[in-house]
Design a protein around this ligand. Structure first.
Ligand SMILES: NC(=O)c1ccc[n+]([C@@H]2O[C@H](COP(=O)([O-])OP(=O)(O)OC[C@H]3O[C@@H](n4cnc5c(N)ncnc54)[C@H](OP(=O)(O)O)[C@@H]3O)[C@@H](O)[C@H]2O)c1
Length: 233
């Protein structure tokens, strides 16, 4: 059980639909937040926060800059919510090398590196008697790689594998990693792809219900949220 009230939490991708909803719920519950996004003015209008950090995740030193700012502003770190992400729709043959690299950087490499860089702070939180947690949102595609979403599926599967293995490694240190794998959710993500044209999706999950489930996972000790954890959402 991880306490949200007064917890020091970094929300990566806090300008996104799920990131904003999660951050608002955490702020309402008394968490102390550092919000990350790309646009400083949108962050300033975001949920109540202690500090904000505007950095593009494709910048080489973004993970270090984000974690450093969060730890400095909060005096430590008890949780990280990783809600940044970008989608692209293949043609496998047509996918440009730069687009593939951006998908992997934003969806996999940056969150992996953020976890790694934040580890000393998360260990310190555990040693202070807290139960630190990292929440990632890989999505259903990490379990069910999807035609037309080959690059996106692969980037998310990479993140999911890393979180599963790192979670096993870090369990003894008292640090919990939880990867969430909701199906398509009506946040508009698919309408702003990095490349390609979205297919017509069947109606997806309600973003508010998904955000509720994700916030619950921060507290309830879950170590994974498979797609069926979102049934009815
Ligand atoms: N919606 C779904 O169907 C669904 C299903 C399963 C998993 N997920 C995952 O859930 C997470 C949140 O998705 P969402 O639906 O809330 O999407 P969203 O509203 O489009 O939010 C995406 C967030 O990622 C940020 N971002 C994108 N590229 C970035 C970059 N290069 N540098 C820094 N930040 C960047 C965006 O910043 P800006 O605001 O500046 O664009 C935004 O904050 C994503 O990882 C997504 O893959 C979504």
């Amino acid at each position: 059980m991880t306490r949200i009230d007064q917890a020091r939490i970094l929300v990566v991708g806090a300008t996104g639909a799920l990131g904003t909803s999660i951050a608002r719920r955490l702020a309402d519950r008394g968490a102390r937040l550092v919000l990350h996004g790309r646009d400083a003015s949108r962050l300033a209008d975001g949920p109540a926060h202690v500090a904000a950090v505007a950095v593009d995740l494709t910048d080489a030193d973004a993970p270090e800059a984000i974690v450093e700012r969060a730890v400095e502003a909060l005096g430590g770190l008890d949780a990280i919510v990783m809600a940044a992400g970008v989608v692209g729709f293949d043609g496998v043959a047509e996918t440009a090398r730069e687009d593939l690299e951006t998908l992997f950087t934003v969806n996999a490499l940056a969150p992996m590196r953020i976890i790694s860089v934040a580890l000393p702070s998360l260990r310190e939180s555990a040693s202070e008697g807290n139960q630190p947690v990292v929440l990632t949102i890989s999505g259903i595609v990490s379990e069910l790689p999807t035609a037309g979403l080959a690059s996106y599926s692969a980037s998310k599967a990479a993140l999911a594998a890393y979180v599963a293995a790192a979670g096993r490694e870090l369990r003894r240190s008292g640090i919990r990693l939880v990867d969430a794998r909701p199906g398509h959710t009506e946040t508009g993500l698919a309408e702003r792809p990095l490349f390609g044209t979205p297919p017509r999706f069947p109606r997806g999950h309600d973003p508010a219900a998904v955000a509720d489930r994700l916030v619950r996972a921060i507290e309830d000790g879950a170590t994974a949220l498979p797609p069926d954890a979102f049934t009815g959402a």
